[in-house]
Design a protein around this ligand. Structure first.
Ligand code: RUQ
Ligand code: CUA
Length: 646
């Protein structure tokens, strides 16, 4: 397959629809050209996969604007290195410097994305993060207990009642020492419903549904008529614990699990479920103290499906389905069966009727299995090989990625006919349409995120960035407009029109609101305070000096805290801070913010510190010295700025 596409790319005037020559090419260039100083029409938020972060792009230009650190330490801003942000990466397993982020999803109101928050999951040590789209900063991370490989996450219901996280791996719940071979029937899969407070956005785990020991791969909320339900694809319904490539591909059909969360919520609100002892971290960043705190929570509410009859059902779906996608009307649930020749679409209306009529094909661990034919809305016949994910436009069309045949296929909801197909370069995973996961997709563009880059860019040694490809979907046929590199592995992306986010974007932190306990709000507030072997330096920075900039009286064995407050109140004037020999990263401090860097000097001497961000014409003058004396010396603590220490 791959060789075919290489042939395509090396031939510039290949197929008509993909022609890049002459007038057409300049026409395409115009479609993605955003003139200097002009803004893009859409924001796109791409997961960083194994970078653990989230990147922000503009569409149609494909320009990257920012990398938002989420689950990984990020020296560029000091996230996860500064004292204030280290608690964000705390977990029940201790401090974890890295994560594997997969699926960003933007908050919604009435089924439309509202641009307030974006959520993203961490796969490896299960967590859900919330990023505030006013500041583009990670402000909350909640660990998900009883979970492993937090993959069918983090998708939000249509009023952001919940952000939902499903486990990929089933595990012993509670975790315990037991033989792996006893997996079947003993391991369980937790599906977690994390409530989001309407005003503040505060997250809390409301309940977990303890499902049979399958793998829960992806999920999406019902919307419109199916609001109140959530759908999860499963694979490994065989419950194999070894050589899954063979053993988990035995069953002709796996399931989509349909969860009536409204029903379970009601049960829980009436005191239903059991509090189970566990251990998970809840980390919250306070915008006023500019500091995160980490709280360990000791129990979680769990619900077994059997406790709430009529709340959980299985829809048979061929074969090892990956994506689980719900159309804008909420009627169609697309199961993307990786190993299936056809694409299966279930009908929500039919599902309800079958449940009503109690027509079941059997049960699994007490959960009713519906008849495949009873819930089937239709089948897209042989659209391609290896379907993974489907998104929707605002005109009743669906777009599915095919990993093996390396293409995006456009088809019609209801008639199931294929309308168009376009190659991707190469091996596409997810695709995104702005607003695609909502009642009101915003159409216009679709972009594919490809797993293999090969010859698309100038080579950069064995390791290449992944490539994304932007298509115009405003016409009947898709048109490839642009390739752009992404960072890490962008599993998925969420995108929306720029206006709302742009309007709300915060420019500075108000210095008067700074409640950081070690903030110095003017040069006059600066000081150096010894507390045993801890030394706290209350430092300010403003163009173009630090205060203080001469410090003496530090001794070997001291732990020195530089609490640096940026006094600037102008947009886009950060200052940086770094001191020689520190073993954390530099800090990048935004106007009005305080950040803290810890330094444990290992050598006697006079050591410089400086601003790491070119902030003014006299940036290079933004520097200072700190004197470190032997442990037994009696050099007094002294500090100054603009005069010598006497
Ligand atoms: S996945 S390439 Cu982690 Cu969303 Cu399907
Ligand atoms: Cu402040 Cu450079």
């Amino acid at each position: 397959m791959v060789t075919v596409f290489i042939a395509f790319t090396s031939c510039n005037n290949a197929s008509k629809s993909n022609s890049k020559s002459g007038a057409l090419a300049s026409n395409i260039a115009e479609k993605v050209y955003v003139a200097p100083g002009e803004y893009d029409e859409f924001y796109a938020f791409l997961s960083g996969g194994y970078s653990g972060n989230l990147t922000v792009y503009g569409l149609p230009s494909g320009r990257m604007f920012k990398e938002i650190p989420v689950f990984s330490q990020f020296p560029t801003s000091g996230y996860g290195y500064s004292e204030e942000t280290k608690p964000m990466l705390n977990t029940s397993h201790g401090f974890i410097p890295w994560g594997d982020s997969h699926h960003p999803d933007i908050s919604q109101t009435n089924g439309e994305i509202d641009g307030r928050f974006i959520f993203i999951n961490e796969n490896n040590t299960p967590r859900i993060a919330k990023i505030d789209l006013k500041t583009f900063e990670t402000t909350e991370i909640i660990e998900v207990p009883n979970s492993a490989g937090n993959h069918s996450s983090s998708f939000v219901t249509e009023n952001t009642e919940y952000v939902v996280a499903g486990t990929r791996f089933s595990v012993p719940i509670p975790q315990r020492d037991m033989p792996i071979k006893d997996y079947k029937g003993n391991f369980k899969g937790a599906l977690s419903f994390i409530s989001v407070a309407p005003e503040t956005g505060d997250m809390a785990i409301k309940f977990q549904v303890l499902m049979p020991g399958f793998n829960y791969d992806l999920s999406h909320p019902g919307r419109g008529k199916s609001h109140g339900w959530f759908f999860f694809t499963t694979y490994n319904t065989e419950e194999a614990n070894t050589l899954l490539e063979v053993n988990a591909s035995q069953n002709d059909k796996d399931f989509i699990a349909a969860i009536n969360w409204k029903k379970i919520e009601e049960y829980v609100n009436n005191g239903g479920g059991t509090m189970m002892p566990t251990d998970y971290a809840h980390n919250v960043y306070d915008e006023h103290t500019h500091t995160a705190t980490s709280t360990m929570i000791k129990e979680v509410r769990v619900v077994n499906p059997s406790e709430v009859p009529g709340a959980v059902f299985f829809l048979p779906t061929p074969k090892s389905p990956h994506g689980c996608d719900v159309d804008p009307s909420g009627e169609y649930i697309v199961g993307n069966g990786k190993l299936s020749a056809n694409l299966t679409v279930h009908s929500f209306t039919k599902m309800l009727a079958a449940i009503e009529g109690k027509k079941f094909a059997g049960e699994a661990y007490g959960i009713p299995i519906l008849n495949f034919e009873d819930v089937l809305a239709g089948v897209v016949n042989q659209p391609g090989l290896g379907p993974l994910h489907t998104e929707f436009d605002d005109k009743g069309n669906a777009y599915t990625t095919f990993f093996i045949s390396s293409e995006v296929v456009k088809w019609k909801l209801g008639t199931w006919e294929v309308i168009d197909r376009k190659p991707t370069y190469y091996s596409v995973g997810h695709l995104t349409i702005p607003g695609g996961n909502s009642r009101k997709p915003q159409g216009k563009y679709m972009f594919a995120m490809n797993k293999i880059t090969k010859d698309r860019y100038l080579p950069t040694g064995p390791e290449m960035e992944h490539s994304a490809q932007l298509y115009d979907i405003s016409g009947e046929k898709m048109e490839l407009l642009l390739d752009f590199p992404t960072h890490g592995e962008p599993h998925y992306a969420a995108a929306m029109r720029a206006d709302i986010i742009k309007e709300n974007s915060q420019k500075i932190y108000n210095l008067a609101d700074n409640k950081h306990p070690y903030a110095a709000k003017s040069d006059g507030d600066t000081k150096v305070v010894r507390d045993g072997s801890n030394v706290h330096i209350y430092m300010t920075t403003i163009r173009s000096h630090f205060s203080p900039d001469n410090i003496e009286g530090i001794k070997l064995g001291d732990k020195v805290y530089f609490h640096v407050t940026n006094l600037e109140q102008d947009f886009d004037v950060p200052h940086g801070f770094a001191v020689l020999g520190q073993n954390t990263s530099e800090l990048l401090i935004m106007p009005g913010q305080t950040k803290t860097s810890v330094w444990e000097p290992t050598k006697v001497g006079v050591w410089p510190f400086y601003c790491t961000d070119f902030c003014s014409a006299l940036h290079q003058e933004m520097q200072g010295y700190i004197r470190v004396s032997p442990a037994n010396s009696d050099t007094p603590i002294k500090w100054s700025m603009g005069e010598d220490i006497e």
